[in-house]
Design a protein around this ligand. Structure first.
Ligand SMILES: Cc1ncc(COP(=O)(O)O)c(C=O)c1O
Length: 452
């Protein structure tokens, strides 16, 4: 029998079968697949229908356009950005030096390494030791459950392959856009509603002042997957131990899987707010934790992250989710850069230096928070997170963005760009230089101080 290829779960399949590249559900043809035309294009392969129904990502292109237009009209005005979603502080020299030394070693016969560098095993061990210790030589996870990756955004994309196309998803509203868009690309919606700017068939769980920025979990009744970012981007809110226990209890009772995005865990100061979901009883049965060195240690460009998939999580047919997750990674991922992993190991060996940088950003966060609160605004976040969500009741987020740009010469990020429930809010970020943050706060005081 002629074989057309290899299917990830079904093995070799014959020429009269194809598979849906998104849901990985086999498609059977009666005989041969139909001949398709390339139409007005250059290829015959049909477009992924989910991608074709998705609107363009508008938030950051519009911000860029408005910024350029303002700067062209006002070339002498120095804009200050409180809209940065990227780290800005140099990484500690010890970490840079570890990467240089590793890179130099690659130029020698003795220390050259290709696939599967030895350092990866050491890094997994160290991640567990430093970040998942439960004290008394007990750990919350096993090193074999840690998958080293090239960052959490990439893992969020790859995780979508774990579930069938018919698996439904619930997202926080507002949400980190990748949670929504990666789910949409995987086909977890029926259509896009232009008016509400939401996907039908996806569940949006509002996180607002009314519920202390923690969602009503019962909304996820019909969703198989719950995407949860904590501390949250964009609101900066951070769930307490009892809130996370509610989340895990709900997931266990109803059989949901939680994709727990902890990219900002290192900013959590409140001892009542767990830094990992595995501090919560029962989480090992229902939660995958996606994490990263990006915001922990300025690795947004170096690209190293990790994901924990506990071996206790089982699909309804009894298969360990870990089994399929390993298979996905072995097939479409070839590991994080070895130089980056050497840097990541150095991060965990130099935590006091890493924490100094986080404290630098948190100093900015405190300054912004005190400034905005002093001006009478209600502010969420900035205490366990580098992001602050500032409320402008009754106002449109884009109108506030324009006001900040034109009157204060500050770039911010409109809350509504992260989802309908972000309307009336603006996200301010603590990334950036302290001097610029001080300047931004002076400008805010000058403009809003006049109102009172
Ligand atoms: C909530 C959240 N998750 C994940 C990421 C992506 O991080 P990484 O650089 O590890 O891909 C970001 C980046 O801004 C984020 O805000």
């Amino acid at each position: 029998m002629p074989y057309a290829g290899l299917h990830p779960s079904y093995g070799a399949f014959p020429a009269h079968m194809a598979y849906d590249p998104v849901g990985f559900a086999p498609v059977f043809y009666e005989e041969q697949p139909p001949l398709k035309s390339k139409g007005s294009g250059t290829i015959s392969a049909p477009r992924n229908k989910s991608l074709a129904s998705m609107p363009g990502g508008q938030l950051f292109p519009i911000i860029g356009m408005k910024k350029r237009a303002f700067q062209e009209a006002n070339p002498d005005i120095k804009l200050v950005s409180l809209g940065i979603g990227d780290t800005t502080h140099p990484i500690p020299v010890e970490i840079a030096a570890a990467m240089s030394a590793y890179a130099e070693g690659l130029g020698t016969w003795e220390r050259y390494e290709g696939y599967d560098p030895k350092i990866e095993r050491e890094l997994k061990q160290k991640i567990v030791e430093v970040l998942y210790s439960a004290g008394n030589d007990n750990n919350l996870v096993d090193p074999s459950e840690v998958m080293i990756s090239d960052g959490s955004k990439c893992d969020l994309g790859r995780l979508q392959f774990l579930f069938g196309k018919d698996a439904t998803v619930a997202v926080q509203d507002p949400a980190y856009p990748v949670h929504v868009d990666s789910s949409a690309m995987a086909g977890r919606f029926t259509s896009f509603d232009e008016e509400s700017m939401q996907y039908r068939g996806m569940t949006y769980m509002p996180c607002t002042a009314d519920n202390d920025f923690f969602p009503d979990l019962s909304l996820a009744e019909r969703s198989d997957i719950i995407m949860f970012s904590n501390p949250n981007d964009p609101t900066g809110a951070c769930a307490t131990r009892s809130q996370l226990q509610d989340l895990v209890d709900y997931a266990r009772e109803k059989g949901k899987i939680i994709i727990f995005d902890a990219a900002y865990f290192a900013y959590i100061k409140d001892p009542n707010c767990p830094r990992t979901i595995y501090e919560i009883d029962g989480a090992r049965e229902v939660a995958i934790e996606v994490n990263s060195f990006s915001k922990l240690a300025g690795f947004t460009g170096i690209r190293v992250g990790w994901t924990i998939c506990p071996k206790d999580i089982k699909f309804s047919d009894g298969t360990a989710v870990f089994h399929d997750w390993s298979r996905i990674n072995a097939t479409i991922f070839n590991g994080a850069t070895n130089v980056g992993q050497a840097g990541a190991l150095a991060v965990l060996q130099n935590m006091p230096k890493v924490i100094e940088v986080i404290e630098y950003y948190m100093g900015n966060a405190q300054l912004i928070r005190e400034t905005m609160e002093g001006l009478g605004f209600t502010v969420v976040g900035g205490q366990n997170s580098p992001y602050l969500f500032v409320h402008y009741p009754g106002r449109d987020s884009w109108e506030v963005f324009d006001e900040l740009l034109e009157k204060c010469h500050i770039i911010a990020t409109p809350g509504s760009g992260f989802g309908a429930s972000g309307q009336g809010y603006i996200r301010l970020s603590a990334y950036g230089r302290k001097e610029e943050c001080i300047l931004a706060c002076q400008r805010l005081k000058e403009f809003y101080g006049r109102r009172t």
